[in-house]
Ligand binder design. Structure first.
Ligand code: HEC
Length: 277
């Protein structure tokens, strides 16, 4: 009974939002929402018209590495009732997929969707490449809940509600106690690495290689070099198109790095069969 009322309420909120929708240019970027199996498209022009839209300043923008000013709308003005979900997945045009727990999205860190204005594009993220637009998740007070740089997805194309990664992909779960380093390492992996990498065939990130199949980096890297690579990939090898960011002590503590390696070593032992080509 309760859930019917909730559903009806949610539907009403969606309808309320849609009433504001008018005809928009065919090539105006859209943000896809998929919540409770209901799909909805929000056009940039409609988002810009929401009364909650403001100009905000982000002092330490992790994508542009400087102070940025954006036209933005609070995430809560677009997604009014997200309490019943576990995480929201923000998918980017390039295959980046960040699962962000709802408790963070409701926290004092205050997530906003920055909207790139038509005709006034933001700077390129990398020379010669696209900007972070049209939609970029920014946080007004990231330090309040320890928001990491991987939790600032940009070039967002869709937002959907998702169950925890390990529930959707049981093959990523280590055979280890929930209070073991390997298990904690999986949680670190889910937050910091799964945005770009799949592991053991599980996950949604498709920017980097699967980190267990066919081989796990602990099988072909000396441990020292693997640690170096995670801390600062360019200290091991460097080329202009490299994508992987380094993880300094401030985003990945040395305990977390140890846990992550324990996880990688464990998951190497429980590789699901690789199908012959
Ligand atoms: C923004 C995307 C991104 C994130 C986040 C990321 N990686 Fe990567 N990673 C890549 C890409 C892409 C490559 C391939 C090399 C490149 O282009 O930099 C790579 C390469 C690697 C390699 C080398 C694999 C090989 O065989 O050459 C390892 C090991 C690795 N990543 C581990 C990790 C771990 C562990 C994390 C989490 C702490 C992580 N990565 C987070 C994108 C990412």
């Amino acid at each position: 009974m309760h859930s019917i009322i909730f559903r009806a309420l949610r539907l009403l909120l969606c309808v309320a939002l849609l009433i504001g929708v008018t005809v928009h240019a065919a090539n105006d970027p859209v943000l896809q929402l998929q919540l409770n199996n209901q799909k909805q498209k929000l056009a940039r022009a409609d988002l810009l018209r929401l009364p909650a839209t403001r100009t905000i300043t982000i002092p330490d923008d992790p994508v542009y590495k400087r102070t940025m000013t954006y036209t933005a709308v609070p995430l809560s003005a677009i997604l009014r009732d997200i309490r019943s979900f576990h995480s929201l997945q923000f998918k980017a045009a390039d295959g980046f997929a960040a699962d962000i727990p709802v408790n963070l999205l409701l926290s004092a860190s205050e997530p906003w969707i920055a909207i790139e204005p038509a005709g006034k594009p933001w700077p390129e993220v990398k020379p010669g490449g696209p900007s972070a637009g049209a939609f970029y998740l920014v946080w007004l007070a990231p330090e309040k809940s320890g928001i990491t740089p991987e939790q600032w997805p940009f070039q967002i194309v869709s937002i959907s509600d998702v169950a925890p990664l390990q529930q959707r992909y049981p093959q990523i779960v280590p055979d280890a106690a929930t209070d073991s380093p390997a298990y904690r390492g999986m949680q670190v992996f889910a937050m910091q690495c799964a945005v770009c990498h799949r592991i053991n065939g599980g996950g949604d990130g498709t920017i980097g290689p699967d980190l267990n199949k066919p081989f796990n980096p602990t099988e072909y890297f000396q441990e020292d070099f693997l640690r170096k690579l995670i801390r600062d990939p360019a200290s091991v090898r460097t080329w202009p198109q490299s994508v992987m960011p380094g993880f300094s002590e401030s985003t990945l503590s040395s305990v977390q790095l140890d846990d992550l390696l324990a996880y990688l070593r464990q998951i190497a032992r429980q590789k699901t069969p690789v199908r012959p080509e």
